[in-house]
Write a protein that binds this ligand. Structure first.
Ligand code: UDP
Length: 241
């Protein structure tokens, strides 16, 4: 099936979304633009769009094969992918295996504490409010999701964690934490949406603990391009995936 881009429906910080002739399919186009701290820091990570597109698709295909429903349909080019049209559930779902980032800050602990069990938290997807932390009761009160949807989202999120951790560990990378977004199809089915990439995951080399993710950009560590390439190379090899 050849999908072609029609009008642009949306432009976000890292992606653009286009309509297609099929009302149930949209095309996502990944940009090299990088933002952090709710858009306050802006820059470019050259080649990021290609890597995030290809890595996210690789992960979505593996998750789908393992029984997690996703929005993925077909990779169209280096930067473009056809996905099922969803309405995004306005919850950012964050799973953590190791302390870092806002967790370390909020609870006053060092980064790098390995948890006995993964944690889950939600934040309300609202840039104007800075994505505030939110619990399931808040989400239901705000009609962001129903209890049934939240239970399903939690189940999928922990399944994704188990699977991703395994895929990454096999190439010498520890999955520290990550953010997922879910969407609803027209019939109400919940599917994994958005992306899984070094923009949305913290990835540390298992031996050197070198950061191989967007923290290189957030924290001005340098070498973001090389880090993204390294993740892609380990997961998918140099040429094909
Ligand atoms: N994350 C994300 N988008 C957001 C917030 C967080 O992709 O808007 C990811 C982030 O890359 C990290 C995880 O979610 O892998 C946990 O982020 P945290 O809450 O520690 O926030 P941060 O320190 O990034 O502000």
């Amino acid at each position: 099936m050849a999908y072609e881009k029609l009008e642009q429906l949306y432009e976000g910080k890292a992606k653009k979304v286009f309509a297609t002739a099929d009302p149930e399919i949209v095309i996502v186009s990944y940009k090299d633009d990088a933002t952090a701290f709710n858009g306050l820091k802006k820059g470019t990570i050259v080649g990021k769009g290609v890597i995030n597109n290809r890595m996210s698709n690789h992960m979505m295909r593996k998750l789908e094969a393992a029984g997690v429903p996703t929005h993925y349909v077909e990779e169209l080019s280096d930067r473009e992918t056809a996905v099922k049209k969803v309405s995004i559930v306005p919850l950012e779902v964050i799973i953590r295996n190791i302390s870092a980032g806002s967790f370390a800050k909020r609870f006053g602990v060092e980064e790098g504490i390995v948890f006995d069990e993964p944690t889950i938290e939600f934040s309300y997807k609202n840039d104007d409010l800075g994505d505030p932390l939110m619990n399931a009761y808040h989400a239901v009160a705000l009609k962001a999701a129903t209890w049934e949807e939240i239970e399903l989202i939690k189940k999928y999120a922990f399944q994704v964690n188990d699977l991703l951790r395994g895929f990454l560990k096999s190439v010498g990378i520890d999955l520290v934490d990550f953010k997922l977004e879910f969407g609803k199809l027209a019939d109400g089915t919940i599917v994994l949406a958005d992306e899984i990439s070094p923009d949305t995951c913290r990835l540390w080399d298992e031996t050197t603990h070198e950061k191989l993710d967007k923290d290189r950009f957030r924290r001005d560590l340098g070498g973001a391009e090389e880090a993204y390439q390294e993740v892609m190379r380990r997961l998918m090899g140099d040429a094909e995936g």
